[in-house]
Design a binder for this molecule. Structure first.
Ligand code: VGL
Ligand code: ZN
Length: 209
């Protein structure tokens, strides 16, 4: 029998959306390999609290290369004084690529958190937006939402391993949660990022596995 995790442990599923799957607008390497495992975790009700994030950008989002004359995807520019990787248009609000993956039954998700909704501000982490025009990184409210439900531990999985899952894990740790990074249930935008991602996790003292 599958073990049910204690009530103080939440699962955060990050950005499991068609645009991050092979063939999608911003495909992760082997992104769909993690879908059955995540679907099983949810179906088995292993976690008593489940949060899903959904990248949800307006059509002219500042993270899209097409919004910056002369720039192409995957270039890094300064945006609001901070490095910003430019991406292909992806996860545009209301488009099929922005749906939550239809192969997963999301009915047990307690919270679906849409992020990256402000045109001028990207948002990798589930906990905080990236830097905005005023230099701040506003909270999404997730840390308080989890604390008020007695959550002390979070397990993170989803896409992309080297971007939104990593940032979510780092912010969860910084907020004082115990964090486990479910490595096999993540996939990267860039496999070349795996070594730096592992280093960043180890440096932060985040459990992997
Ligand atoms: C992501 C790049 C841009 C992610 C989202 O989900 O990791 N990456 N937007
Ligand atoms: Zn995005």
């Amino acid at each position: 029998m599958d073990v049910v995790f204690p009530a103080d442990t939440a699962l955060i599923v990050v950005d499991l959306q068609p645009d991050f799957m092979p063939g999608g607008a911003l495909a992760c390497f082997e992104g769909d390999a993690i879908v059955p495992g995540i679907a099983r975790l949810l179906a088995a009700r292993r976690y008593q609290t489940v949060v899903a994030t959904q990248d949800w950008h307006p059509p002219a989002h500042a993270s899209f290369a097409a919004q910056h004359a002369g720039q192409v995807p995957f270039q890094v520019i300064a945006l609001h004084g901070q490095p910003q990787t430019l991406w292909p248009d992806h996860c545009v609000q209301g488009t099929p690529g922005a749906e939550l993956d239809p192969r997963v039954d999301w009915s047990c998700a307690d919270l679906i958190l849409r992020k990256g909704t402000r045109a001028q501000v990207d948002s990798y982490s589930a906990f905080r937006e990236n830097h905005g025009p005023d230099g701040t990184r506003p909270s999404t409210g997730l840390a308080g939402w989890l604390r008020e439900r007695g959550i002390a531990q979070v397990h993170v999985c989803g896409l992309a391993r080297d971007v939104c899952v990593l940032w979510t894990a780092q912010d969860a740790q910084a907020e004082g949660f115990g964090v486990r990074f479910l490595w096999e249930l993540t996939r990267p935008v860039s496999p070349a990022g795996d070594a730096p991602t592992r280093e960043a996790l180890q440096q932060a003292g985040i459990a992997i596995g």
